[in-house]
Design a binder for this molecule. Structure first.
Ligand SMILES: *[C@@H]1O[C@H](CO)[C@@H](O)[C@H](O)[C@H]1NC(C)=O
Ligand SMILES: *[C@@H]1O[C@H](CO)[C@@H](O)[C@H](O)[C@H]1NC(C)=O
Ligand SMILES: *[C@@H]1O[C@H](CO)[C@@H](O)[C@H](O)[C@H]1NC(C)=O
Ligand SMILES: *[C@@H]1O[C@H](CO)[C@@H](O)[C@H](O)[C@H]1NC(C)=O
Ligand SMILES: *[C@@H]1O[C@H](CO)[C@@H](O)[C@H](O)[C@H]1NC(C)=O
Ligand SMILES: *[C@@H]1O[C@H](CO)[C@@H](O)[C@H](O)[C@H]1NC(C)=O
Ligand SMILES: *[C@@H]1O[C@H](CO)[C@@H](O)[C@H](O)[C@H]1NC(C)=O
Length: 218
C-alpha cells in the first residue's frame, strides 16, 4: 500500500507540473490587439509627473506575439517611440538613434491635447521597447516607458510579412476581351481578443493516459 501511495503521489506531482507547464506554454491561436495601459490609455500628467497606468505592470500581464498590435490611446501631449535598441530606450531620447532600429509613431506636433489612436504592429521577435520622448525625456524618466518580449506565436500574418504582389501583367492572348482582371488576395485579418490555446489539450490527455497506465502496472 505504501508503495502504491508513494507512486500515486509522484504521479499527481508530475501531473501538476505538466498541467502548469501546458498552461504557461499555451500557444497563440489568434492575433491580439493589446490596448496599452488598458482603459487608462497612454497618458502623462505633466502637473503631477504621473503616468495614467503602471506600464511595466501592464506589460507583464500580457503575452505578446508576432502579428499582434499595440493600440495606444493617447493624445498629442505624448509620443510613441518603438525601438529595438536598449541604449536608446534607457536614454529616453531618440537624438542619437538610428533610423533602422527606432521608429516614431506619434510625434507631438505643435498642438497639445489632440486625441490620437496609434496601432503599432509587432513584427520583430525578442525585446521591443516603447517610450514617450516628449518633454525632453521627462515623461519617459517618470515611467512613460515599457519593454516587452515578443514571442514567435503564429508568426507574421501575410498582411505584415509579404511585399505587395508584383504588378499584374496580362498574358499574351489571341482573343481580345477575354482577359480576366487581377484578383486581389485578401489578408487574414487579426481576430478579436479571445481565449488562446486549447491545442495542448490532446497532448495532455495522452500524457495523462500513459501516466495512469504506468500507475496500473505497479
Ligand atoms: C493632472 O493632475 C492634476 C492633479 O491631480 C489634475 O488637477 C489635472 O486635471 C490633471 N491633468 C490632466 C490633463 O489630466
Ligand atoms: C510598477 O509595477 C512594477 C511591477 O509590477 C513595480 O515593480 C513598480 O514598483 C511599479 N511602479 C510604480 C511607480 O508603482
Ligand atoms: C543603439 O543606439 C545607440 C544610440 O542611442 C547607438 O550608439 C548604438 O550603436 C546602437 N546600437 C546598435 C546595436 O545599433
Ligand atoms: C542598423 O544599422 C547599423 C549600421 O548602420 C547596424 O550596425 C545595425 O545592426 C542595424 N540594426 C538593425 C536592427 O538592423
Ligand atoms: C497637454 O499639454 C498642455 C501643455 O503642457 C497642457 O496645458 C494640457 O493640459 C495637456 N492636455 C492634456 C489633455 O493632457
Ligand atoms: C518631474 O520629473 C522631473 C525629472 O524627470 C523633475 O525635474 C520635475 O521637477 C518633476 N516635476 C514634478 C511636478 O514633480
Ligand atoms: C487590430 O488593430 C489593427 C490595426 O489597427 C486592425 O486592423 C484590426 O482590425 C484590429 N483587430 C481587432 C480584432 O480589433
Amino acid at each position: 500500500m505504501a508503495t502504491t501511495s508513494a507512486t500515486t503521489m509522484a504521479y499527481l506531482a508530475l501531473m501538476a507540473v505538466l498541467i502548469t507547464g501546458a498552461a504557461a506554454q499555451t500557444p497563440a491561436t489568434a492575433y491580439t490587439n493589446h490596448t496599452v495601459g488598458g482603459s487608462a490609455g497612454w497618458f502623462f500628467n505633466s502637473t503631477t509627473n504621473a503616468t495614467s497606468s503602471n506600464f511595466t505592470a501592464w506589460a507583464s500581464s500580457q503575452t505578446f506575439s508576432l502579428g499582434d498590435y499595440l493600440i495606444f490611446n493617447t493624445n498629442t501631449n505624448q509620443t510613441v517611440i518603438q525601438t529595438y535598441n536598449e541604449t536608446t530606450y534607457r536614454s529616453c531620447s531618440i537624438s542619437d538613434s538610428s533610423d533602422n532600429d527606432t521608429f516614431e509613431y506619434a510625434g507631438g506636433g505643435n498642438i497639445f491635447g489632440v486625441a490620437l489612436t496609434m496601432a503599432v504592429p509587432l513584427t520583430i521577435e525578442g525585446p521591443n521597447y516603447y517610450f514617450s520622448d516628449a518633454e525632453d525625456g521627462v515623461q519617459c524618466q517618470n515611467g512613460q516607458a515599457f519593454e516587452i518580449l515578443v514571442q514567435h506565436g503564429l508568426g507574421l500574418p501575410p498582411s505584415l510579412n509579404q511585399p505587395p504582389p508584383p504588378p499584374y501583367v496580362e498574358p499574351p492572348s489571341p482573343e481580345e476581351g477575354s482577359l480576366s482582371p487581377p484578383v486581389a488576395v485578401a489578408a487574414d485579418p487579426p481576430s478579436t481578443d479571445g481565449p488562446k490555446g486549447g491545442a495542448n489539450l490532446n497532448w495532455l490527455a495522452i500524457v495523462l493516459t500513459i501516466g495512469w497506465l504506468l500507475l496500473l502496472e505497479k
